[in-house]
Design a binder for this molecule. Structure first.
Ligand code: MSP
Length: 680
């Protein structure tokens, strides 16, 4: 039989800064869901990635003195970057998309063109404010006290040519989608979307910009780059191979089962994204789930406020599984929650160290102490135990008999443990991770109580009379641990596997099916003692360590980027030798709007990727006479923005004076010199 399929995604994160605990929260939740679905037998596609274009990244790269690509590469692939973080957190994503990946870039150009050809994208004017010194366009809402948010100077009314997407055309359909289906959850977010965005009238959306260059160019109108949200949202389909040859899973996995997103980007996912798909004529995702925020002292974490929590520090100090567990055990996924180190430590101590850790270590050590590590023949589940459990699973619950029977405690434990998978599944299917874990910990609590009820240490005083009862009590505890460990696997994969190892669970009794089959563990099971899974944490000491680690990280992060040496105007010989002079061939040359000085060159620099350089020589050259010429350029200068366009290097020319006027002559090289040739 073909496996059921399940496609789940996280938002693709901005690599404008290192990620914090809030991003980790969403990714861990998605990972738990993906692991749960795999456990139940689905074929899962779990996608995450990075959203790498846009003005903010361009600006940050400039501040750091590196190219935008270098900047994002460092945050994504660099030491303790995003990929490292997901590896550390044991994230089981099947795919990782970067919006700078070639296949995505060309697919976006096709998606844009398709929406244009369908008549849903048209050219218009973007009206806003312009800051001349910064060469930046701003919307009214971006202004700070009516002034430029960057430099604080006066701005002027301005217009920029731009493409618009006919979002308004889809308003009715989207309203129906939101109000009459369960496309968007939690339900509370629906009213917010409809009242705040749809009812006041959906306006067409500006989907191209010309005031910066770090984006995907509109291929039929170069100068324009695709609006970053059109670029980003499409990742969910390009990563499956939509309009590209890199992957071939679109038919197999689209539409997505669920997009997990933070509540602040629900608007993009529940209004713009479905409208884009409607325009493309593609199916809509089955669900968007808007989760809540992790707050710090009641406010949102943000790098600019300096109140972010570093997941590396927490995972290194407390362990990856403990951190994963805390995130999903403590906060209801759909609502906001207050993060605190104290709450983290308390959850680890109460649930993991006390309840789960103690149940495991007491059980395994008692089996060791009373039975030499292996239960004797006849300890396993009786026919009536199995029957009771089967009925529970079928009926979804059976009240445990209470009364004087000597196995009343057994029955109550078996009923709860056998019924656990059903309750857990109901919660997991609703993304109610916290509730699913609560169900598990009820059973763990029940098992701890069962130890006290049966007082094994009393039974052990007379092994001849009570040995087989004691062995059966141990078996019931191991069986309960087994079921709990299987269901904990999506949350704490490494520790759950260790529980299963310590209680001697074989592969066949570690499966989803076996989690609803009481009595799967062999009656003569051998346990393996192991390390204490979750040692108790000394709160004061841990808080001190956290403070010290945060301090150390702050210091270490000071030069957070390996910044390439910036060339000064006055240089020593060694520095001069670092300049990379290359032959470049002019593929295209155009004058720059609103500038009487600048020409914009598209150059072949031998790398296979076009390089754009702006040069102030419009007074002396006509663009068309330079096309095809081989020039000389310095290619390792930090990129600069001129008239809103990025210049990636400098063309070399001779400056002299003719008839009292400054004159520039480009250094034109012999055509035989290949593009990319190094000059020395
Ligand atoms: N790049 C866009 C998403 C594009 S998806 C097509 C973006 N990136 S982001 O880096 O800002 O990440 C936002 C997501 O990170 C949120 O939607 C949320 O899932 C997660 N979180 C960021 N801060 C968070 C908290 N403080 N708390 C919980 N989740 C948080 O938006």
């Amino acid at each position: 039989m073909e496996k059921k399929r399940f496609y789940i995604t996280t938002p693709i994160y901005y690599p404008s800064d290192k990620l914090h605990i809030g991003h980790t929260y969403c990714t861990v939740a998605t990972d738990a869901m993906a692991r749960y679905k795999r456990l139940t037998g689905c074929e899962v596609m779990f996608l995450t990635g990075t959203d790498e274009h846009g003005q903010k990244i361009e600006d940050k790269a400039r501040e750091a003195g590196v190219t935008p690509q270098q900047f994002v590469d460092n945050i994504v692939q660099g030491d303790r970057g995003i990929l490292d973080l997901w590896r550390l957190m044991n994230i089981s994503n099947d795919r990782f998309i970067r919006t700078t990946d070639d296949y995505h870039v060309s697919a976006i150009q096709k998606i844009f063109k398709k929406m244009y050809d369908n008549g849903d994208i048209y050219k218009g004017k973007y009206v806003g404010k312009y800051c001349k010194p910064c060469e930046s366009f701003w919307t009214d809402s971006q202004l700070v006290d009516g002034k430029c948010p960057d430099c604080g100077r006066e701005v002027q009314d301005a217009e920029e040519e731009a493409y618009f997407f006919k979002l308004s055309k889809y308003a009715e359909k989207i309203q129906h989608l939101l109000e009459d289906t369960d496309f968007l959850e939690p339900r509370s977010r629906v009213n917010e979307m409809v009242n705040n965005f749809i009812k006041p009238g959906l306006e067409d959306l500006c989907v191209s910009r010309t005031s910066f260059t770090w984006g995907i160019p509109v291929d039929f109108d170069p100068g324009h780059v695709v609006y970053v949200w059109v670029d980003a949202l499409s990742n969910y389909i390009t990563a499956l191979g939509f309009l590209n040859d890199r992957y071939d899973d679109y038919e197999k996995f689209w539409p997505a089962d669920v997009h997990f997103v933070g509540k602040e980007i629900v608007r993009f996912h529940s209004i713009i994204w479905p409208a884009m798909l409607m325009s493309l004529g593609e199916p809509l995702p089955k669900k968007v789930f808007g989760h809540g925020w992790l707050l710090l002292d009641g406010g949102k974490m943000s790098k600019s406020k300096g109140n972010v929590v570093d997941p590396y520090i927490l995972a290194e100090l407390f362990g990856v599984d403990a951190l994963r567990f805390f995130l999903l055990r403590t906060f209801p996924f759909g609502s906001d929650g207050n993060f605190s180190n104290e709450a983290l430590i308390q959850t680890i101590n109460v649930d993991l160290a006390n309840d789960l850790g103690n149940l495991l270590s007491r059980t395994v050590s008692m089996v060791g102490k009373y039975f030499g590590g292996q239960l004797p023949e006849g300890s396993g589940a009786s026919e009536s135990d199995r029957h009771l459990a089967e009925e529970c699973v079928k009926e979804h619950f059976i009240a445990a008999p209470v009364g004087p029977e000597d196995n009343a405690y057994d029955m109550s434990l078996i009923v709860q443990a056998a019924n656990l998978r059903n309750l857990y599944e109901d919660q997991m299917e609703r993304f109610a991770f916290q509730n699913a874990l609560t169900e598990i910990f009820k059973v763990i609590g029940r098992a701890n109580k069962y130890i006290d009820e049966n007082a094994p240490w009393v039974l052990a005083k007379d092994m001849e009379a009570n040995g087989s009862r004691l062995a059966h009590v141990m078996y019931n505890l191991l069986e309960t641990l087994r079921i709990c460990a299987i269901l904990l696997t999506p949350f704490i994969p490494t520790s759950a596997a260790e529980v299963l190892r310590q209680i001697g669970a074989c592969e066949a009794c570690s499966t989803w099916e076996s989690a609803a089959a009481w009595g799967s563990l062999s009656g003569t099971v051998t346990v393996q003692r192991g390390d204490n899974l979750f040692p108790r944490i000394d709160t004061d000491k841990a808080l001190e360590q956290l403070e010290a680690a945060a301090e150390a990280a702050k210091k270490a992060a000071l030069p957070s980027l390996e910044i390439e040496p910036q060339l000064e105007e006055k240089v020593d010989f060694d520095t001069f030798c670092k300049s990379d002079f290359r032959a470049v061939k002019v593929k295209d040359c155009q004058s720059v709007k609103k500038s009487d000085k600048l020409l914009k060159f598209t150059l072949d620099d031998g790398t296979g990727t076009d390089r754009q350089i702006l040069s102030g020589i419009a007074k002396w050259y006509k663009p068309e006479e330079l096309i095809g010429k081989t020039l000389m350029a310095i290619v390792n200068l930090p990129p600069r923005k001129m008239m809103g366009q990025e210049s990636q290097g400098m063309l070399i020319s001779a400056v002299h004076t003719e008839k009292g006027e400054e004159c520039l002559n480009l250094l034109i090289l012999d055509d035989k010199i290949p593009a990319g040739a190094k000059m020395c």
